[in-house]
Ligand binder design. Structure first.
Ligand code: SAH
Length: 281
């Protein structure tokens, strides 16, 4: 099947009695140009695509999976839908460089230690060079932020709704600045690569999407586990009351009339370091 042919994808669904599941965010990418640009962006950071270890969350019918394999990558694909997970490898001709895991990505991430030989699913877990995914609508942001927190994958390229993309890339002082941006940017540089129209998916979603690349930076490698914990707690609380001045949320801890969205990550880092040090004292 040509996975960027809308008529072939629809025909496959009809023949197999498969109804795309809204709750699982099943909007299949059916546009060749968008496919090429997401995979190009996804592999740009890999010195050699041939042999790169790539993680894909939500492979669906396998449009990205197939392109990644064609470029020579080894792909670990995590799919929650048992019907799609069961057919993926065979539908692509059982490629030796493909591993399919049927799991909810959030459980899989939680049960996976990338530095150990084996995870809860009994799979060997490689050191990934990149993650490339068209993420499901509902769970997408959570899945991405879990991976961001772990800092294990140097490059992550995802297709998400444009709104989510803008939040991930938002700088301090902008209206869309929120937890997603603050957390993602702690260890990753976020770049919006391009927009992808709603018409590039089937079924067609209500809103358009964008390709976003997160590239790990090493500016905060010295930030300790304890300071990171303070950083996440502090920013979570601050953005829960985003209209309030920080001084009124944190009383004696922070004297400031600024609101959460106005602070740069450097400010949050300095505050977290100060608080962590005080907690130690
Ligand atoms: N990558 C495919 C499919 C994208 S649709 C394409 O671009 O066409 C999103 C996919 O994520 C679907 O296959 C859906 O079943 C899967 N999915 C949804 N929630 C998931 C989760 N929590 N963990 C893993 N896969 C999930």
């Amino acid at each position: 099947m040509n996975l960027t042919s809308p008529s072939q994808v629809k025909a496959w669904c009809i023949e197999n009695g498969f109804h795309p599941n809204k709750v699982l965010g099943q909007n299949f990418l059916i546009d060749r140009n968008a496919l090429v640009s997401i995979v190009d962006a996804g592999l740009a950071g890999c010195p050699d695509a041939n042999g790169a270890e790539v993680l894909e969350i939500g492979p669906g019918l396998g449009v990205l999976t197939e392109e990644l394999l064609n470029r020579g990558c080894t792909v670990t694909a995590i799919e929650k839908d048992p019907v799609l997970a069961a057919r993926l490898a065979e539908s692509l001709g059982n490629p030796p460089k493909l591993r399919v895991v049927e799991a909810d990505a959030l459980d899989w991430i939680a049960g996976t230690r990338i530095d150990s030989d084996c995870n809860d699913y009994g799979n060997a877990v490689p050191q990934f060079d990149a993650m490339v995914s068209n993420l499901p609508y509902q769970a997408g942001t959570r899945i991405l932020l879990e991976l961001v927190k772990r800092r294990e994958i140097p490059s992550m390229t995802v297709l998400v709704q444009t709104e989510v993309a803008e939040r991930l890339a938002a700088k301090e002082g902008s209206k869309t600045r929120g937890l997603a941006g603050v957390w993602a940017q702690l260890d990753y540089d976020v770049r919006i690569v391009r927009k992808v129209a709603a018409s590039c998916f089937w079924p067609r979603p209500e809103i358009g999407s964008s390709v976003v690349t997160l590239t790990r930076h090493d500016r905060n490698v010295g930030f300790s586990a304890k300071e990171r914990d303070v950083f996440h707690r502090l920013t979570k609380k601050a953005f829960e009351h985003r209209r309030k001045q920080l001084g009124s949320i944190f009383k004696d801890l922070i004297q400031s009339s600024a609101r959460a969205e106005e602070l740069a990550n450097e400010d949050w880092i300095n505050l977290s370091k100060g608080i962590a040090e005080n907690e130690d004292a």
